[in-house]
Design a protein around this ligand. Structure first.
Ligand SMILES: *[C@@H]1O[C@H](CO)[C@@H](O)[C@H](O)[C@H]1NC(C)=O
Ligand SMILES: *[C@@H]1O[C@H](CO)[C@@H](O)[C@H](O)[C@H]1NC(C)=O
Ligand SMILES: *[C@@H]1O[C@H](CO)[C@@H](O)[C@H](O)[C@H]1NC(C)=O
Ligand SMILES: *[C@@H]1O[C@H](CO)[C@@H](O)[C@H](O)[C@H]1NC(C)=O
Ligand SMILES: *[C@@H]1O[C@H](CO)[C@@H](O)[C@H](O)[C@H]1NC(C)=O
Ligand SMILES: *[C@@H]1O[C@H](CO)[C@@H](O)[C@H](O)[C@H]1NC(C)=O
Ligand SMILES: *[C@@H]1O[C@H](CO)[C@@H](O)[C@H](O)[C@H]1NC(C)=O
Ligand SMILES: *[C@@H]1O[C@H](CO)[C@@H](O)[C@H](O)[C@H]1NC(C)=O
Ligand SMILES: *[C@@H]1O[C@H](CO)[C@@H](O)[C@H](O)[C@H]1NC(C)=O
Ligand SMILES: *[C@@H]1O[C@H](CO)[C@@H](O)[C@H](O)[C@H]1NC(C)=O
Length: 435
């Protein structure tokens, strides 16, 4: 999911080396890998669907985080999120709020466990007077103490990893996951040098290395990359809201091992100008998200539109593709019957038996296709004899202006292996074999 971020008015030294293109791209096999499992999380009730759409929907992505200490091992299911940078698990006894900041019962935050008991962990080191304060694009927010512990994911173990144990939380969970493993850049972290999290500001922000960055700096990997292959859940799994055991692979140090085609490309990760929130490749650009240029989008009806996209980031933590208003409208109009905005959920929907138009996108001169099955996402189990309705996979991400960020979410990521190399400053996409 995306995160609101704050920028002070200062320019930075360049943090990322950029764009070494290789013509023959050969990625090494993974050094560590862990399967994604979990719940595909369609909301049961239509009234919850809007919340689901705002990013929480992305529970397809859940490896284990094992916080291992001499006093035992705590295992949490975390969402791997390339659209944010903070890793957190709720602190046991946290206060739960709705999005309007009214206190509600703890269970209503919908975590998969009661949280992390810092007093029971001998290895947890608090970071005194330092607090997380983050609001996601979904409207969910959290705040609370930061600290350090050993974190292991799929056998890759990082010592003294900074993370947070929020105690004030507004969360729209579905009782499966316990938090997020943020995997975007250090400058997108939201931890502040203040004992009062409401006093968080750009001036007291303390950037830190997320888990993957620490792993590289602690020399736990020979290759500075992580890779995700997200499997498409079946429509039944979506519809019935069941636990899906095989949702793909998270790999460290190489490419996630799934069958792929020979369509592959590496493209530079774009930074942001320190002042405007627009993408920049100038020296000193701030690296935040896994942002790329998309050269063109092709679908029935795309001929007469401007279909290049700047400022588009790759987000494992968002379900849908969020594209410019005119593009989303034109693509949804090409469904048969056409997608319409359902006012109750504020999103494009179609009957689930609609005919889905083809969709492909060109990145770095290569064309990647999105399977039509990824463009349908049931709103929930059918009620009586009502026609089963589906979200379409392509939703309105706002006007095509330079400061607007667009998102390629799991709808796109079901079709490729995405390999992230923030140290070399590029992403590699490899089209998967049809499955
Ligand atoms: C890194 O490379 C060395 C030498 O090739 C090898 O011994 C080691 O197992 C590799 N480390 C990992 C984590 O794969
Ligand atoms: C989560 O569990 C609570 C009760 O513990 C229940 O009220 C709620 O409906 C569950 N949420 C989902 C999405 O299943
Ligand atoms: C970016 O991160 C670096 C170190 O990681 C830090 O020195 C700098 O202040 C950060 N800049 C912003 C705008 O957060
Ligand atoms: C937090 O701010 C205080 C007061 O400005 C300063 O003394 C302290 O070193 C800062 N802590 C960190 C970890 O930067
Ligand atoms: C986060 O900080 C802002 C000020 O920057 C404050 O208004 C907000 O209440 C804080 N959020 C939490 C959850 O403490
Ligand atoms: C890529 O695969 C296609 C189909 O399998 C094949 O026709 C084509 O020659 C291959 N291209 C290269 C460069 O290997
Ligand atoms: C694109 O423009 C051409 C020429 O104006 C027109 O004939 C065609 O119908 C348009 N296509 C679409 C999909 O609107
Ligand atoms: C994207 O950026 C390029 C150059 O940076 C510019 O020419 C183009 O108009 C931009 N496209 C959009 C849709 O903003
Ligand atoms: C759906 O079922 C209700 C009764 O449960 C009935 O009144 C209605 O006509 C049915 N609608 C259709 C389209 O079959
Ligand atoms: C889709 O299902 C509805 C009834 O639920 C039916 O009336 C319609 O003909 C179906 N459309 C297609 C394309 O199968």
């Amino acid at each position: 999911m995306g995160v609101h971020w704050v920028l002070p008015g200062l320019l930075l030294l360049a943090t990322t080396a950029r764009s070494e293109f290789t013509f023959n791209i050969v990625l090494p096999p993974a050094e560590f890998s862990v399967p994604f499992t979990g719940k595909t999380s369609v909301r049961k009730h239509k009234k919850d669907a809007l919340a689901a759409l705002r990013g929480v929907h992305s529970r397809a992505v859940q490896p284990n985080l094992d916080s291992t200490g001499s006093d035992g091992e705590y295992s949490f299911n975390l969402i791997v999120d390339t659209g944010s940078s903070d890793t957190w698990v709720p602190q046991i006894g946290f206060m739960c709020f709705d999005l309007d900041r009214n206190p509600i019962p703890e269970a209503d935050c919908g975590f998969g466990s009661r949280g992390f008991d810092i007093s029971a962990s001998k290895t947890f080191k608090p970071f005194p007077n330092i607090n997380l304060n983050i609001t996601y694009n979904s409207g969910e927010f959290l705040s609370g103490p930061a600290g350090f512990d050993t974190i292991s994911v799929g056998g890759l173990s990082v010592t003294a990893q900074e993370f947070s144990v929020p105690n004030h939380i507004a969360w729209l969970g579905v009782n499966v996951t316990d938090g997020i493993m943020g995997s975007a850049f250090p400058n997108l972290t939201s931890v502040f040098n203040t004992s009062d999290p409401t006093k968080a500001s750009a001036a007291n922000r303390l950037a830190y290395d997320p888990f993957f960055f620490s792993a590289v700096k602690q020399k736990k990997l020979n290759n500075t990359m992580f890779s995700v292959a997200l499997n498409r859940p079946s429509l039944d799994q979506d519809e019935l809201n069941v636990i899906a055991p095989d949702l793909g692979i998270l790999a460290f140090g190489g490419i996630a091992a799934v069958p792929v085609t020979n369509t592959t490309v590496s493209v530079p990760i774009e930074g942001y100008s320190a002042r405007g929130g627009v993408t920049s490749t100038a020296p000193g650009a701030l690296s935040l998200f896994y942002t790329i240029d998309v050269e063109s989008l092709t679908f029935p009806g795309s001929e007469n539109l401007t279909v290049s996209l700047n400022n588009t980031f790759i987000d494992t933590g968002t379900t849908f593709n969020y594209l410019p208003t005119d593009i989303a409208a034109a693509y949804n109009a090409a469904f048969d019957p056409p997608g319409v905005i359902d006012p109750d959920v504020g999103a494009f929907v179609v009957p689930c038996n609609a005919t889905v138009p083809e969709f492909s996108l060109s990145i770095g001169g290569k064309t990647f296709t999105i399977d039509t099955r990824d463009q349908l996402f049931p709103l929930g189990p059918p009620v009586g004899n009502e026609t089963l309705m589906c979200y379409t996979g392509t939703q309105d991400g706002g006007p095509a202006v330079a400061t607007q960020q667009f998102i390629l979410g799991t709808v796109f990521l079901h079709n490729v292996v995405a390999t992230f190399d923030p140290f070399a400053g590029h992403l590699t996409f490899t089209q998967r074999e049809k499955y």
